[in-house]
Ligand binder design. Sequence first.
Ligand SMILES: Nc1ncnc2c1ncn2[C@@H]1O[C@H](COP(=O)(O)OP(=O)(O)OP(=O)(O)O)[C@@H](O)[C@H]1O
Ligand SMILES: [Mg+2]
Length: 323
Amino acid sequence: MPLPPAPNPPRPVRLIALMNQKGGVGKTTTTVNLAAAFARAGRSTLVVDLDPQAHASLHLGIEGGQDSGADRASIYDCLIDPAFDATSALVEASPNLWVLPSTTDLAAAETELAAIPEREKRLERVLASLGGRFEFVLIDCPPSLGLLTINALAAAREVLIPMQAHFLALQGVGKLLETVGLVSKAINPKLRVAGVVLCAHDASSTHTREVVADMDSFFEQARQAAGEGNLPWKFARVFRPAIRRNIKLAECPSFGKTIFDYAPQAPGAEDYAALGEALLRDWDAMLAKRAPETGAMATPPATPQPTPQVVTIPSAPRAEAAS
Ligand SMILES: Nc1ncnc2c1ncn2[C@@H]1O[C@H](COP(=O)(O)OP(=O)(O)OP(=O)(O)O)[C@@H](O)[C@H]1O
Ligand SMILES: [Mg+2]
């Protein structure tokens, strides 16, 4: 299929960074399968693979690593060379679902970009050069808070945090929110935390339920405390449904397929379809509220508000398990 055309006038683009500096929490699985859910709903969707591990590319059946022998243009070329035509690197994975793939070269980009002016804005420029061809852009971040992730936060409007509900993960999310706070203050004031996606979730565990309750009450308190302010996670929430632990989700990357193509009846497909529907509903409701004369997005008023330097997610006292 040819590339989707750049709409004129430009349309709103939902630009989401899937971020968590902790490794193996479900960022790539969520990026790929949520993107597939949007694409299956007929919405043009782009996955930006911003991780040198290139897992999102592989998950979507795109061999891009140096060992693959494929001399493929990638996000690396787009970031390093401002004159590079990003559309030439796009690959169609399935109807409505495109990928800006990664290669292992991208590991060098952190160092190479460090010497370049406006190094944190490179991805924003690359995405702007695509001219709104995609209604949904999902950026799969690497498990670090380095320059690649900062580029994702500078380019995105929303952050989605895939997380597995364990006690130590709460501290990690606190650190992540601090980073979002700093980036929103210094580089990207429009950045908002959409919320947390619970991955590989086991709702039968008491510990898991306690951690989810801690997250829920943290966001609830942030909502109340922020008042009319513009704290980046003021409207954040823990998304339901949680994505259940499901072995089919772990199997499908090795076939280069999304869960919908690999095991459409599996719980993983059901959960990602439901999460996709919830996010589409939010987005469509937001579009419906757009100011008709200006086409401007209905964004909350931006009252200056100090963003906390240190973010702690308190955990409720727990009863010790009987031994
Ligand atoms: N709901 C789930 N049920 C079972 N396995 C899952 C689930 N979600 C993710 N996995 C598996 O857990 C592993 C880590 O997931 P994934 O690669 O999505 O995490 P990640 O955060 O992107 O990791 P990294 O930080 O290395 O980029 C993978 O093997 C994946 O297939
Ligand atoms: Mg990953």
